[in-house]
Design a protein around this ligand. Structure first.
Ligand SMILES: NC(=O)c1ccc[n+]([C@@H]2O[C@H](COP(=O)([O-])OP(=O)(O)OC[C@H]3O[C@@H](n4cnc5c(N)ncnc54)[C@H](OP(=O)(O)O)[C@@H]3O)[C@@H](O)[C@H]2O)c1
Length: 344
């Protein structure tokens, strides 16, 4: 990495921001090349960076002078203001929020899938790129090797989403609800539409206007369509998002409709060709993906591969992904460091 590159991590006190700092530290980025930002609330706080601690600066629109790469791990409302401000200051910007996912002028990149979008051969209008969400990250990595080997018409997904998908507030709320319930108190929901402790809530985020789909669910379809459009073959990815009472790591059931049926062994072999996946599939020995196994693993785990003889083109699988790390922070860092290599 260039030693004149200063990286701004915005949202450094959050679930994703902390994982971004861990990933930069793991890549030996010196503390002197990292600046950390948050809202007015966290100004002056210290966040850990390996052995060092960094002081949080307030992310105002003119705070990015001298920062060459800005990694936004902020809510969409904040990203909408901060991304153009960082771009105007001359920085490359990668945004983990949903703010730009529907904007055709902002390229969407998923490292390990279409990283070439970031190479010098591509020109784009601004200096902002956006990332898909964590569920799309996992689903696209699972579908892509199947698309290459068999063709994929659609993937029906049920995503079991950890409380950390709602950030530090979500984690704190599940902790409190669990403690309250174990002490016989009925907690009030704040970060979620209903109590999530010892419950399952088939709603993650708000509903889209005049639509039975939530924004989270609609996001999967939109993001997958944008990402696969570069491959000229767009499987539909759709399904149900369920908030579950776990803290970190999402689980996904996928029912994938292949264009050309293949034996399960070939499906498993195709999954093994992907560098983004780790195949855990020895059910007789109780080996399969689980959120507790995926924490801090950069790979998406996939297993429980099976199909009905009566409908061999439908393959059922289970996957898990570290939502904060693989699902956001690693994508921010990998995309950002690649962008920073582009000519100014
Ligand atoms: N969590 C996940 O699994 C996940 C996965 C994929 C994508 N994402 C996306 O990543 C983003 C961050 O998510 P998160 O889970 O890390 O949320 P979080 O834990 O709530 O953290 C949000 C961070 O943004 C900062 N922030 C809020 N408003 C700001 C403002 N106006 N200016 C500057 N900083 C501001 C907060 O700083 P303060 O401490 O000052 O409030 C905090 O550091 C979101 O857009 C989310 O949709 C999250």
């Amino acid at each position: 990495m260039r030693d004149d590159l200063t990286i701004g991590v915005v949202g450094a006190t959050g679930v994703v921001g902390r994982e971004v700092l861990a990933a930069l530290y793991a890549q030996d980025v010196p503390a002197e090349q990292v600046r950390v930002f948050g809202s007015e609330r966290s100004k002056g706080m210290e966040v850990e960076y390996g052995e060092d601690s960094l002081e949080v600066e307030q992310a105002t629109p003119d705070a990015f002078r001298g920062v060459k790469l800005v990694l936004l791990a902020t809510p969409a409302e904040a990203s909408r203001t901060l991304a153009p401000a960082a771009q105007a200051a001359g920085a490359w910007v990668v945004d983990a929020s949903s703010a730009f996912r529907g904007d055709g002028n902002v390229p969407m990149v998923l490292p390990g899938f279409n990283t070439d979008v970031l190479g010098a051969g591509f020109t784009f209008k601004g200096r902002i790129v956006c990332l898909p969400g964590a569920v799309t990250t996992a689903a696209v990595h699972v579908v892509e090797p199947l698309r290459k080997a068999f063709g994929v018409a659609r993937a029906q997904v049920t995503a079991l989403m950890a409380a950390s998908s709602a950030g530090v507030r979500g984690v704190a709320e599940l902790e409190k609800q669990t403690a309250d319930l174990l002490s016989g108190r009925e907690p009030e929901p704040h970060a979620f539409p209903h109590r999530v402790g010892f419950n399952l809530v088939p709603q993650v985020g708000g509903f889209m206007v005049n639509s039975p789909w939530t924004e989270e669910e609609g996001g999967w379809t939109l993001e997958a369509a944008r990402l696969f459009s570069s491959k000229g073959d767009v499987p539909v990815i759709a399904g149900t998002a369920v908030q579950v009472p776990t803290f970190y790591g999402h689980g996904l059931t996928l029912n994938v409709q292949l264009k050309k049926a293949g034996p399960v062994e070939q499906v498993r072999a195709a999954l093994k060709t992907s560098g983004a996946l780790k195949v855990l599939d020895v059910p007789g020995e109780r080996v399969y993906p689980m959120p507790m196994l995926v924490t801090s693993d950069p790979a998406v785990h996939v297993g429980r591969v099976r199909a009905f003889p009566q409908a061999p083109e439908w393959v059922t699988l289970f996957a898990s992904v570290d939502n904060a790390s693989r699902g956001a922070a690693l994508n921010l860092v990998e995309a950002g460091l690649r962008l920073a290599e582009r000519p100014a």
